[in-house]
Each structure stands twice: as C-alpha cells, then as structure tokens.
Design a protein around this ligand. Structure first.
Ligand code: IPD
Ligand code: CA
Ligand code: CA
Length: 274
C-alpha cells in the first residue's frame, strides 16, 4: 500500500499506540473500582461523566504535550487547545461512558490525529477485550497487530449495522432511521460506544455505522480505521468553527455504501475512501 509521506506522522503513530494503552490501563483501574465513582450528568441524565474521564484525558494530554508541544489537542472533557504544527489530536478518553459506569464492557479509549482536515491516524483500545485497533494514513489498519481488510460481500441485508442516538436528535428521527434500515432488509445493534462500533466496522464485525449527531472525538479515530481497512466514511467537518460541533456520522464497508448513504440521506460523491 502506498504511504503518503507526512513528516512527523510515524513518530506520532508510535506514541499514540503507547499512550492509548497507558490511558486504557488507567481507565480499567477505575472501571474495576466503579462502585466508588461519583457519577455526574452533563446535558441530560443519560449523558454521564466521572473523574475517570477527566483523569484519562489529562494523562493523554500530558503525554502529547511532553512529546509534541506544538500540536493542537481537542478532547471531550477539556475542549480545544490550538497548536501550530499542523497536527491536532482528537481524543475521547472514555467512549461508552454509560456502559462503563453501568458495568458493561463496551467502552474504549479513542485517539485520532488530524492533518489538513483529515484523520491520518486512529487508535482505539478496548481494555475489557484487550483489543487495540490502529491505523495510519496509507499504512492499513490492524487489530492486535493483524491486518484488517473489508469484504465487498457483506451488505446491510446479510450483516449487522451499528447505530447510535443521543438527545441531540428527536425520537421521531431515530424511529425513522431504524424503520428505513429494517425496511431495506437490515438489522441493527447499539452497544453504547460509537467509537468502538466504528472499530467493529473496520474489523468487519459490523457492516456499517450510522449516528445522526456525534462529535469529532467520537468518530475520527474510527473513520481512519474504516478507511484504512478498505471502507468509506462521510467526512466530518473539521474547520475551526465546526470541529467542536456535532455532525452526522456514517461509515461502512464497500457492500453497504449504496444502502447506508440512501438511508442516511448523504451524497455518495462526498465520501472519503481509499
Ligand atoms: C457516546 C457514545 C454513544 C453515542 C453518543 C456518544 P460518550 O459517547 O459514543 O454510543 O450514541 O452519541 O456521545 O458520551 O460515551 O463518550
Ligand atoms: Ca464519545
Ligand atoms: Ca467520552
């Protein structure tokens, strides 16, 4: 596979793979002690957070600041800090906080790196499964070191599609989205971690993922993984104004492209793929 030469990318990829493990171990420590966590709510009672999310993000930020002090960082808990290197890290310290605080294993640490508006690196670690997903632009995607490659034979009709929803979208919209998927012969799963479900798309476990409104930290690492595994995604708006806002998230394997773009109402010509 051809590798575009982005100066400084390889060093950052190496570091991200170390940091995601360290962050995952800290998160896993809190997961095992979760009965002692004080759970706070954010936008609504379903949107939860604890000291675990904040400490894991602080750890990740400090590791990147030590090594690449000119890089920007956007994290869910502490917002956007601009840099001047041309690289911006995009971090969700714990994606799947609801499963995390409720004692289910579907959560992960998600780290992406933006360059020229595109995710050029994505690493996701799911501590309860000891699974590390890693991708670098032009370098392919791996799961625990094994290459991932998507088959065009899987469609929404013979495989499962991941979906997600939150209080940014109306119940009626979510109902229509599920209805369209089922009417097209598909079926769905929601495990509570959009980032992990995108990693599952890259691994071929899910044929696609659709959530009407998510943030950059939820999707960019997964997007890089899916593309590098041979899939496609609907680009997330990464301009200065839009990066901290939400947008529709849609990604999938080659065999889900026509159906999922139609169901999500997006233009297939706008997609990013290899
Ligand atoms: C959430 C999860 C969930 C998705 C939500 C996200 P969080 O992230 O990815 O699956 O449906 O839209 O906000 O709060 O667990 O980091
Ligand atoms: Ca998230
Ligand atoms: Ca989170």
């Amino acid at each position: 596979m051809n590798s575009p030469s982005i100066a400084g990318l390889d060093e950052r990829f190496q570091l991200a793979q170390v940091v995601v493990q360290e962050a995952g171990k800290l998160a896993f420590h809190y997961f095992k002690e979760r009965d002692k966590l004080v759970i706070e709510t954010k936008r609504d009672p379903q949107d939860v957070v604890s000291i675990a999310d904040r400490e894991v993000e602080e750890l990740i930020r400090s590791r990147f600041a030590e090594a690449f002090s000119d890089d920007g960082v956007l994290g869910e808990e502490y917002g956007l800090q601009n840099g001047n290197s041309g690289f911006t890290w995009v971090v969700d310290p714990i994606d799947g906080t609801s499963p995390f605080v409720n004692g289910m294993p579907n959560w992960c640490v998600s780290i992406a790196l933006l360059h020229d508006g595109s995710p050029v690196l994505g690493v996701i670690y799911a501590p309860c499964f000891d699974e590390t997903y890693a991708a670098r632009a032009g370098g392919g995607a791996t799961l625990n070191g094994n290459p991932l490659s998507l088959s065009p034979d899987k469609t929404i009709r013979n495989a499962v599609t991941g979906i997600g929803a939150n209080s940014h979208v109306t119940p009626a919209f979510v109902a229509r989205m599920v209805e369209s998927l089922l009417e097209a012969g598909g079926n769905f799963i929601r495990n509570g971690s959009g980032a992990l479900m995108l990693a599952y798309v890259a691994a071929g476990r899910l044929v696609g993922y659709y959530e009407p409104y998510m943030h950059a930290w939820d999707c960019l690492a997964g997007y890089c993984l899916v593309k590098e595994a041979g899939g496609w995604y609907h680009p997330f708006p990464t301009g200065q104004e839009q990066l901290t806002r939400g947008a529709p998230v849609v990604a999938g394997g080659p065999g889900a492209l026509d159906d999922l773009t139609r169901i999500a109402g997006i233009d297939a010509a706008s997609l990013a793929h290899t």
